[in-house]
Design a protein around this ligand. Structure first.
Ligand code: NAD
Length: 367
């Protein structure tokens, strides 16, 4: 077995930047690396991930080596590991499809996307590239709302025989129709929408679970999120937000024994504050009643750099995808990857999800 997981990235934005920095960081620091969840998984380490292909549409990234492209505007995430060796992999021009909305084309270029003039690759050229480079896993980090673009890349991955990791809230792994297509193509698909390492979702799920555990009746809740990266700017276009709201809201609804009525729960991106850059701030409020119907509430504020938070989970997902592909598994992985995503095909408690993921990686089946 090759000791590298040959990976293609679609969308070289902030999350991809943190992922590429993270691989170099783990290689440089080894066991001294900080904050690495599941440093060894089925024999694989984060530093075994190797980027062998990359695709974007932005003029400031297309044509550059991945090691330079990840530091170009409008990327604005914290640079925690500047020393990323040249990968010898040039970012190629993918098709636009619905990746960049009309709304994003009308924003300040330094904060938004600038389309490259280079001709976009055709599907057949992309499939040939994925095959020639021996890509094991393709990971998607395109903007929220890229429905057609994600379907395009899913089709390319299937044709090239790559596993796919879908980090965004377009429903692919959790859509039975797409999961069946991957099953028929003989390759695994993991998704959808990363549940960040220590983000608003996992904190909100944990607090909701605590209400149930302590017998407190939850009455209503909200989670308001603000940030200043392109992901937040893109999400100001509410037409693109439908599946993001669904994914984030379901992640909390499914952590409770009793679902809340729709009007008692409000979760989603709430505003764009440019100077926050990649710092995301979430305000979480839960209201309930304890013994005797007496009211109580909790408010929590979570402040995190958004992209390393997703990259940590992406580096687990890529390893899990490779393990599944090596075993000849195809389609979605049931609950084996639920721990990693906000909207997986099967929702389970987070502790249970972690146990299932580890059991799967150690060879104990898909459920
Ligand atoms: N940060 C987190 O914690 C987190 C968690 C879950 C999901 N996500 C999702 O991950 C995705 C990536 O987030 P990000 O912060 O890196 O976003 P970003 O805006 O920084 O990056 C998106 C990248 O995609 C490129 N792009 C646009 N259209 C494209 C196309 N058609 N083909 C190829 N590339 C295209 C852009 O040029 C940009 O480089 C978003 O959808 C986000 O919602 C992030």
């Amino acid at each position: 077995m090759s000791r590298r997981i040959r990976t293609a990235i679609v969308g070289l934005g902030n999350c991809a930047s943190s992922l590429v920095q993270g691989v170099a960081y783990c290689r440089a620091l080894g066991e001294a690396a900080i904050g690495v969840p599941l440093p060894v998984l089925g024999g694989w380490r984060p530093e075994d991930v190797e980027i062998v292909a990359a695709f974007d549409v932005d003029a400031r990234k297309v044509g550059l080596d991945v090691s330079e492209a990840i530091f170009q505007a409008p990327n604005c995430t914290e640079i925690f590991h500047r020393d990323v060796p040249a990968a010898g992999v040039v970012v190629q021009r993918g098709p636009d499809l619905d990746g960049v909305s009309a709304f994003m084309r009308n924003q300040m270029p330094s904060r938004s996307f600038v389309l490259s003039d280079a001709p976009a690759l055709e599907a057949a050229e992309i499939v040939a590239t994925l095959r020639e480079r021996g890509v094991d896993v393709l990971i998607n980090f395109m903007p929220v709302g890229s429905q057609r673009a994600v379907e395009f890349w899913a089709t390319c991955a299937m044709e090239a025989g790559c596993a796919m990791v879908n980090g965004i809230p377009v429903l692919i792994a959790s859509d039975p129709k797409w999961s069946a297509k991957f099953r028929a193509a003989g390759v695994p698909v993991l998704g959808d929408d990363f549940k960040a390492q220590m983000g608003a979702t996992i904190v909100h799920r944990t607090l909701s679970h605590l209400f149930d555990m302590r017998g407190v009746r939850m009455d209503r809740t909200y989670q308001l999120n603000v940030g200043g990266n392109t992901d937040f700017l893109n999400m100001m276009d509410h037409d693109r937000l439908q599946t993001k709201r669904l994914s984030k809201t379901e992640a909390v609804q499914t952590s409770m024994v009793h679902r809340l009525e729709d009007e008692q729960i409000r979760i989603g991106p709430s505003d764009y504050v440019p100077w926050l850059d990649d710092n995301k701030v979430a305000y979480v409020r839960l209201e309930g009643r304890l013994f005797g119907g007496v009211k109580m509430d909790i408010e929590a504020r979570v402040s995190v750099e958004d992209s390393p938070n997703a990259a940590a989970m992406a580096l687990i997902a890529i390893r899990l995808a490779r393990i599944a592909r090596d075993r000849g598994l195809a389609g979605d992985l049931g609950s084996a990857a639920s721990f990693l995503f906000k909207h997986p095909p099967v929702q389970v408690d987070d502790e249970d999800g972690l146990a299932r993921l580890i059991a799967f990686a150690e060879g104990a089946g898909t459920e």
